[in-house]
Design a protein around this ligand. Structure first.
Ligand code: PLP
Length: 379
């Protein structure tokens, strides 16, 4: 099997599985961290230890982090929680139309609640048009929502420039950043980045599904989205899951252990595939300076789904963001926003790598593509 769909989800690594196994089989750690007896205090102690270690990796304070069920929950909580709590700060939110649905749908909800959403256009490289952004920023803006690394193209946000623009034009604007595809692949230093809120997801970094993180900078007030017993400083109620917290912590620590080496080997794979695919008349849709973990490519003469299923026959798994339904052909809204030709966008597939992929797999992928082309007698 060749798994090139790591932006969709990743396989849990042995270190995570071992941490889960050992946690679940422990006789001391199953308690409710809220319980007053020894089992509760032991569980709370261990839980706080996870937070402390995660905060060390992300360079923030422990009390700035909240565990959620996934990044989608983190996005909902951050955006709606911030807007409802800070109504007097302004009524306008700035974002792009290339955000993940977790953000776009949350912004739709905000619009229904009376907020105005202004979308800054993206350039051909998927980055927001900074001139337009500067024009949009005024005193009515309260929040800006962006994605650090786009999940479909790997396009990297010019965060420093955006933070500088905010600082220049209206320092009261909060920035929410989706870091789902960047964490573990780019250095994350929450103290230095200049953002107020952010989201992370466990299953994208070789942990398990069911765990996410929300970052809210100290001093920024937001309303909780999930209310109840007041766990996690009243910000996210529900009994804390020590096992999931640990699964997240281990995955994060592992991701940052050899980040540079991992990046180097993924870069080689990416470069090799770019070169080989261009020779085969494929069009590379990821920008040249995209994060190497994502490679969006359009195959001449093959609709996205056709290529996906052809590759599946070779046990090669990729993803398509363009899908055909019986009635209409859906084309990636991200690529269309980047002004990619509709036909080319309709033939695009996304390859997304992890540090565990190898050059041999990339070579095998190219062999499979050649066979598929031959089979369809297009070459
Ligand atoms: N943001 C981005 C950029 C993503 O790629 C994803 C997952 O596809 C999400 C948010 C949502 O993550 P989760 O599955 O943890 O809700």
């Amino acid at each position: 099997m060749i798994y090139f769909d790591n932006s969709a989800t990743t396989r849990p690594i042995p270190e995570v599985i071992e941490a889960i196994r050992s946690n679940l089989s422990s006789e001391e750690l199953f308690g409710n961290p809220g319980s007053l007896h020894e089992l509760g205090t032991e569980a709370m102690k261990a839980y706080n230890e996870q937070l402390k270690r995660i905060a060390a990796v992300l360079h923030c304070y422990e009390n700035e982090l909240y565990f959620t069920s996934c990044a989608t929950e983190s996005a909902n909580t951050a955006i709606l929680g911030y807007l409802s709590r800070n109504r007097r700060n302004g009524n306008v939110v700035i974002s792009t139309k290339t955000e993940h649905k977790a953000t776009l749908e949350t912004l739709k909800r905000a619009e229904e609640l009376g907020f105005t959403i202004k979308y800054v256009e993206v350039n051909k490289d998927g980055k927001p048009n900074l001139q337009m952004l500067e024009e949009l920023i005024d005193d009515s803006v309260t929040l800006m929502c962006f994605t650090h690394v786009n999940n479909e193209t790997g396009s990297i946000l010019p965060l420093d420039e955006i933070v500088a623009l905010r600082n220049k034009k209206n320092r009261r604007i909060a920035i929410y950043l989706d870091m789902v595809q960047s964490v573990g692949k780019l250095a994350i230093d929450l103290k230095k980045m200049g953002i107020e809120m952010g989201s992370f997801s466990g299953h994208k970094i070789h942990s398990v599904k069911g765990i996410g993180l929300l970052y809210v900078k100290a001093g920024v007030n937001i309303n909780p989205y999930i209310v109840g017993g007041g766990q996690q400083n009243n910000m996210r109620s529900g009994t804390q899951s020590l096992v999931l917290a640990e699964a997240m912590r281990v995955a994060l620590e592992e991701a940052y252990k050899n980040m540079d080496e991992s990046h180097e080997s993924v870069s080689e794979i990416n470069q090799y595939l770019r070169n080989e695919l261009i020779k085969r008349e494929a069009v590379i849709l990821s920008p040249d300076d995209a994060l190497d973990y994502v490679l969006n490519v359009s195959f001449k003469g093959f609709e996205s789904e056709t290529m996906l299923h052809c590759l599946e026959k070779y046990k090669i798994y990729v993803s398509t963001v363009s899908a055909c339904s019986s009635k209409s052909k859906k084309v990636s809204y991200v690529l269309l926003e980047m002004k990619v030709d509709r036909k080319i966008a309709g033939n695009s597939i996304r390859l997304s790598f992890s540090r565990y992929n190898t050059m041999e797999e990339a070579q095998e992928f190219i062999r499979a593509v050649d066979e598929i082309y031959k089979l369809f007698a297009l070459h």
